[in-house]
Design a protein around this ligand. Sequence first.
Ligand code: NAD
Length: 485
Amino acid sequence: MARMIPFDTTAVFIGGQWRAASSRETLPLTNPSDGTLLAQIARGTAADIDAAVAAAHAALAGDWGRLTAAERGRVLLRISAKVLEQADELARLEALDVGKPLKQGRADALALARYLEFYGGAADKVHGETIPFANGYTALTLREPHGVTGHIVPWNYPMQIIGRSVGAALAMGNACVLKPAEEACLTALAFARIAHDAGLPAGALNVVPGLGEEAGAALSAHPAVQHLSFTGSVAVGQLIQAAAAKNTIPVTLELGGKSPQLVFGDADLDAALPFLVNSGIQNAGQTCSAASRILVERSIYDTVLARMAERYRALRVGPAISDLDVGPVVSARQRDIVERYLGIARDGGLAIAAQASIVADAPKGGFYVRPTLVSQVPPQHALAQEEIFGPVQVLIPFDGEDEALSIANGTAFGLVAGVWTRDGGRALRVAKRLHCGQVFINNYGAGGGIELPFGGVKHSGHGREKGFEALYGFSTLKTIAIHHG
Ligand code: NAD
């Protein structure tokens, strides 16, 4: 695979150096579009995590820790500019590695650049307060970095998740150890190279690819890590939180969801339709905030069903590099999970309202699934309760606000919701009663969300990333009281 960004796929990146993992072993990386071997990646171990954490502490005690907030911001802005220069190449790497169509890979690269721009600009704008206190005292607060932050990221949006977590952590002056997913880590390694070339001091960002249960577990349990940021499955999130508890450190968990869009009878359907479908099929449905449940007021149910079905039938599914509407899912395992749910739907007699087709010349070894719209799904059915993480959307009819809210809030998750109505009062009333971290009214996921605090309630996790709020999460508050008489 020819590469324009000179990074070593088989190495770990620690203290500004590429080196072999201590295991001397590699793991295969597969191209989901055809199932062929894409690259070998390092199998990082606990020893590599140890070295990365030590390098991060050295950076805090050295060049990185000495920078002012404004200087840190400038470094991030330089990295952002270099990411933009390399956006096409990063999109290509992500397409090969994750299977996402090139235009989505490019959107992710632009989002990474924008996160770095946002956090670069914000680095010197986070400050503490002075507090009215007893006579003869001045009291104030300082915002300080946690120290070394661990970032365990999944395979679905590597660049965006690196941008939002590593970007904010670096802006606040932390030093980062990043463990990308074993299914997709090329852009994490390419990003390390870009950041290094843009002048990020050695050790401020260290990248250790490897297995979750090996390198990931070592990072989450490391006693010299002061904060953990995790995006991924609920089961692993719970392990991460338990590991963080042992070291009594804060943890941010973003664990996906079963997000609903609520479409009321007075909604502007022409505006809603593209959002309803795209929120389910973008990145082949492998999106934590995917709107996998579409709740429709009964008076317009048949219309919405027919119009969504029409769009589904027109979708083209094929290799990422062909840049169609939908690519493959990331792995054979993920494909099998989605197929299992489709089997449950068929066996349970659910109505498959529409399925997209896979282009005839899609390589046979690719991990393709047909985006599927399922109608009249009972709210308690597995397809309406469990995160499938594939291009499957369920439609559920409702009567009135109360029923819509009880269905919307009736899962273990609470990440994002959409509300479509022309009634402003209802829009706000419903938004306030939804149990989730983000609500979009008459849009869904506008602007990619860089500026908008993001995170969940219930099994979707806790803590907020994105927006200015993330800077508070990636820092700690120190109170100083001075007695001066
Ligand atoms: P996962 O939670 O297993 O993996 C996410 C990250 O955690 C990866 O970097 C992985 O290496 C690491 N990890 C795995 N086990 C670990 C451990 N014991 N200790 C520390 N780190 C560990 O997710 P997955 O296997 O890639 O996907 C499984 C399911 O998770 C999906 O089907 C989907 O439902 C969900 N998921 C959600 C998101 C999201 O954005 N919220 C992203 C990916 C996957």
